[in-house]
Design a protein around this ligand. Structure first.
Ligand code: AMP
Length: 449
């Protein structure tokens, strides 16, 4: 099938071809005709299936087809859970609509509001927004939603996960009831279904691929590894495997920074993004990664949401995701559209339960393997990692003592106390164990033979 058969106008088809797409993906060939006919649509599709174009193209088609509409009046609103996704949707609007004269704007927090106010005053046809900042604009009366004809909720399941749903409902209450509503979600939870029922009219339900199955273009591997050896395994993999661009997921922001620093120290170009970074820093990091300046991008789940980088060859789950849904979203960052990708998940002993949740969610059992060629019997000690520990010693006196004491924390505290008080008075707890032991021995002694 070709794009020209989907009922889209010529300028738009030219824009799609100029973007480099030759044929619609499955979700596009099913959702676009329904949406062009003005129907409400529920798209249940995983990330990477081409769902953005499935709603952006019908919007552009509708707005471009009505010559009588007032120029640059807000007629389409797309809500996304994250800034990155808002920005990427906006980039798609600009790319596909390059031969049309529509104005679009991504509206999200974490950046100065003044530029957004200026652009909104000049007139915008399509706004792609995160709920929080859009509510700010509504309160300031800098945006008027009464003219919106098309509403899209992108990644609706994520809106729930991230606690935005009340904000979303407040926003929807400001939009005329007579509108076209499209909703896209990777998973159709109870909550998402309930929302659909309350905001859509006789929607066309389009499901692509079996729900709960990660995209088929991704090969999934699970490696059993001790928590403290994960960084060594990651470095080993990066040094011994052919990898072009790698997205590493960390559960925490601090963890993301730590991984990135360790890789940098090993001479592997990497950068971390998470919600503590400013929008400008995140954009710079993402642009650098896209451009190939960094081989590795380390991200937390929230920051990675909506990352759309062509050619991510590997996704590494440094921490096994706590929620099975996150696993699907994470691995969907590779194997985008039709290219292939690998997802590697590190599973420590305490993360076994998360793996079981993933297996239950996906409906498949995975083999938990040892990474071939990696010696996981070595644990980190000052002997095996002298350089690292010397560096640690310089910065963290307490850690140094810990290592030197062979991991005996009570000895560390005792030494610290001695240093502080200037004499070697022992704390009573230092005696408790030997005392108990002695008493037991004594009783043993006294027991008649
Ligand atoms: P999405 O699921 O919308 O995030 O899209 C995933 C990726 O597929 C993006 O990088 C798009 O640029 C790309 N893409 C979308 N539609 C097509 C298409 N028809 N042909 C080739 N690539 C596409």
């Amino acid at each position: 099938m070709s794009f020209s058969k989907l009922g889209l106008n010529d300028q738009l088809v030219q824009g799609i071809l100029a973007t480099g797409y030759t044929a619609p993906t499955i979700i596009q060939s099913r959702a676009i005709p329904a949406a062009v006919a003005g129907k409400d649509v529920i798209g249940c599709a995983q990330t990477g299936t081409g769902k953005t174009a499935a709603f952006v193209l019908p919007i552009l088609n509708r707005l471009g087809a009505d010559p009588h509409a007032k120029h640059h009046t807000l007629r389409a609103l797309v809500l996304t859970p994250t800034r990155e996704l808002a920005q990427q949707v906006e980039e798609s609007v600009t790319a596909y609509g390059r031969f049309m004269s529509l104005q679009s704007l991504a509206v999200f927090g974490g950046v100065n509001i003044q530029n957004q106010l200026k652009r909104l005053r000049r007139g915008i046809d399509i706004v792609i927004a995160t709920p929080g900042r859009l509510l700010d604009h509504i309160e300031r009366r800098s945006i008027d939603l009464s003219t919106v004809e098309v509403l899209v909720l992108d990644e609706a399941d994520r809106m729930f996960d991230m606690g935005f749903i009340q904000d979303v409902k407040k926003i929807i209450a400001k939009i005329p009831a007579h509108r076209q509503t499209m909703m896209f979600s990777a998973t159709m939870s109870k909550e998402v279904r309930a929302l659909t029922a309350s905001i859509q009219k006789h929607p066309e339900y389009i499901e692509v691929g079996e729900q709960r199955k990660p995209v088929e273009t991704v090969t999934q591997h699970f490696y059993s590894i001790h928590q403290e050896l994960k960084i060594d395994l990651l470095i080993h993999i990066l040094e011994t495997t052919q990898m072009e661009s790698v997205l590493v997921f960390s559960r925490t922001k601090h963890g993301a920074d730590k991984i990135s620093h360790r890789l940098e120290r090993k001479g592997i170009k990497s950068i971390a993004i998470h919600s503590n970074r400013t929008q400008a820093q995140r954009q710079r990091a993402l642009a650098g990664f896209k451009h190939g300046d960094y081989k590795v991008l380390v991200a937390t789940d929230i920051a990675a949401r909506g990352i759309d980088v062509e050619g991510i060859s590997h996704v590494v789950n440094f921490d096994t995701p706590t929620f099975a849904e996150d696993y699907i979203h994470r691995i969907g960052r590779t194997g985008r559209a039709t290219s292939k990708g690998d997802a590697l998940t590190f599973v420590s002993r305490s993360e076994g339960e998360y793996l079981r949740k993933i297996e239950y969610f996906v409906g498949k059992r995975f083999e938990l393997k040892k990474y071939p060629g990696f010696d996981d019997t070595k644990r980190r000690t000052p002997e095996t990692h002298p350089a690292t520990e010397v560096r640690r010693h310089e910065h963290v006196g307490e850690k140094k003592r810990h290592w030197e004491s062979g991991g005996d924390q009570s000895r560390v505290w005792r030494e610290k106390r001695e240093e502080r008080t200037g004499h070697s008075n022992r704390h009573k707890s230092d005696f408790q164990k030997p005392f108990r032991k002695r008493r037991r021995n004594t009783r043993e002694h006294q027991r008649p033979a």
